[in-house]
Design a protein around this ligand. Structure first.
Ligand SMILES: Cc1cc2nc3c(=O)[nH]c(=O)nc-3n(C[C@H](O)[C@H](O)[C@H](O)COP(=O)(O)O)c2cc1C
Length: 193
């Protein structure tokens, strides 16, 4: 089984989402013998934004980086993604990665009956960290809602969120939110196909 571990926080060692993804991946490693883990740090090693030049594949190195990203995504059974809320959405580094893995004909396609995801059968676990408290299905949430939409569009229905929020409210709330999220890490199970 292959697990793709992705971090995107710009806050390094102070990051809540990085601490959460590490704990989630450790749980999977403890429970799945021989689990193969690939790590991508999109903050240290970001993909270029999707531009006309990127689409035209004029730079072979950039084209290859995109191909590696999509192969890693397609080969993975489980994705563990650190996704802080930045300006109500996700970090642009995470968006740039999504722009490279959401590729017509590879991970989704349009049919006469509408769009069809081609990357089903995977599990996605999102470590969500937020400075304010937004709760579930908030009109201010373009982060978790966006990730649910985009992975759903690619055919992935098994999506779990581990959320720590109110991080900016002070040290006590930060510690409580982190403790609560660590305790809420779901058992490493794949949904029956
Ligand atoms: C650039 C930036 C933008 C942010 N925008 C928001 C926001 O729109 N809403 C919010 O609740 N928190 C926001 N925050 C707070 C982060 O979501 C919070 O610090 C969270 O813990 C970041 O995840 P991390 O600890 O993994 O880096 C922002 C933080 C940064 C650095």
């Amino acid at each position: 089984m292959k697990l793709l571990h992705i971090d995107s926080s710009a806050l390094g060692a102070n990051s809540i989402s990085r601490e959460l993804t590490a704990a989630i991946v450790a749980r999977w490693q403890d429970n799945v013998p021989g689990l193969e883990v690939t790590y991508r740090d999109l903050d240290n090693n970001p993909l270029p934004h999707l531009t006309g030049q990127v689409l035209a594949k004029t730079d072979p190195a950039v084209a290859e980086a995109g191909e590696i990203a999509i192969q890693q995504f397609l080969e993975s059974d489980v994705l563990v993604i650190g996704a802080p809320m930045y300006n109500f959405s996700v970090p642009s580094t995470l968006k740039a990665w999504i722009d490279r893995i959401a590729v017509a004909g590879r991970t989704f396609r349009y049919t006469e009956a509408g769009p069809q995801g081609l990357a089903g059968g995977k599990k996605v676990v999102i470590a969500s960290a937020r400075g304010s408290i937004h709760g579930d299905n908030a009109p201010t949430d373009f982060q978790e809602a966006y990730l649910r939409q985009v992975f759903g569009f690619l055919g992935i229905t098994d999506i779990e969120f581990v959320r720590a929020e109110g991080i900016g409210y002070g040290p006590q709330q930060r510690a409580d939110a982190l403790r609560g999220a660590l305790a809420a890490i779901p058992a490493p199970l794949l949904q029956a196909a």
